[in-house]
Design a protein around this ligand. Structure first.
Ligand SMILES: C[S@@+](CC[C@H](N)C(=O)[O-])C[C@H]1O[C@@H](n2cnc3c(N)ncnc32)[C@H](O)[C@@H]1O
Length: 269
């Protein structure tokens, strides 16, 4: 997620903008729910897989306290740089640059593995889940979530991205919402050897910024930023005009209401 900023008000890397804009409106509220579902206890050892800028890891650190420990893992060095910078003074979180499919940590090192909005991006999901299980102690638990199905608001965005920027840009939005069926996720978790697999889908009501603001934030916070930066300004302006106009029906009092489907899976080793 490294891109040249093409709009001066969004100067910064995509990872910095992800932390600044995406985490407060989407990542943060979902992380609160994931942490609640994981029911963390003081003293537990936690690994946050696909940690991004570390929102889940930081909340986990609050819950497990000084007697516990938290590590975060992500293959994107830009995301990890922001995660490191955001770690509150006095907290110690170990950050690892690696993919879920090859976790560079020993067997049985954790009581809890968390993974928020990450599994859908992993090219080899069975290998990633097997690795999450391997690093858990016997009886340890995994708790993960993924978003979907694709809400209408993001359908509008994907269609406009496809027309103005091409299939690669739209493909990112589709990938975000590509894995959410309860049975598909439960099957993957069972096949990886997890037991007591419990997967549930529930809607989460989120409040997003007004259309033009959210459009710009989204574009500058995701891998779409790199693609948009290559387009000429008139293309980007036409794209923004079209999306902002089509998002008008979702706006009320200067914000957009988003009901996002979230599938959460938990299980034991
Ligand atoms: C939408 S972000 C979620 C980040 C964070 N969990 C959060 O909730 O803010 C998805 C993250 O998955 C990471 N990711 C992509 N492929 C991965 C893989 N194979 N293994 C681990 N993480 C991966 C990306 O680098 C990115 O940071």
């Amino acid at each position: 997620m490294t891109a040249q900023p093409f709009d001066r008000s969004y100067a910064g890397t995509a990872a910095e903008n992800y932390q600044r804009y995406f985490v407060p409106s989407i990542g943060g509220p979902l992380a609160e729910d994931l942490i609640a579902a994981a029911d963390l206890r003081p003293g537990e050892r936690v690994l946050d897989v696909a940690c991004g800028t570390g929102v889940v890891a930081r909340l986990a650190a609050e819950r497990v306290g000084d007697a516990g420990s938290v590590a975060g893992l992500d293959p994107n060095p830009g995301m990890l740089a922001v995660a490191r910078a955001e770690t509150p003074a006095g907290d110690r979180i170990d950050w690892h640059e690696a993919s879920a499919e090859a976790i560079p940590l020993p067997d049985g090192a954790f009581d809890v593995v968390l993974c928020q909005m990450g599994l859908q991006f992993m090219p080899d999901k069975p290998a990633a889940l097997a690795e999450m299980r391997r690093v858990l102690e016997g009886g340890g638990r995994v708790c993960l979530n993924v978003p979907g199905p694709r809400p209408a608001l993001f359908g509008i965005l994907a269609d406009a991205l496809a027309r103005h920027l091409g299939p690669r840009a739209a493909g990112f939005v589709d990938l975000v919402f590509s894995l959410h069926e309860v049975e598909a996720i439960a099957g993957l978790m069972r096949d990886a050897g997890f037991r007591e697999v419990d997967v549930r889908a529930a809607p989460k009501d989120l409040r997003l910024p007004a259309p033009a603001d959210f459009f710009r934030q989204y574009l500058h916070s995701t891998p779409v930023a790199a693609i948009a930066a290559e387009a000429d300004p008139s293309t980007r302006e036409a794209l923004e005009r079209e999306v902002a106009e089509q998002w008008q029906p979702f706006e009320a009092n200067g914000a957009m209401a988003l009901r996002l489907g979230v599938t959460t899976g938990s299980a034991l080793k």
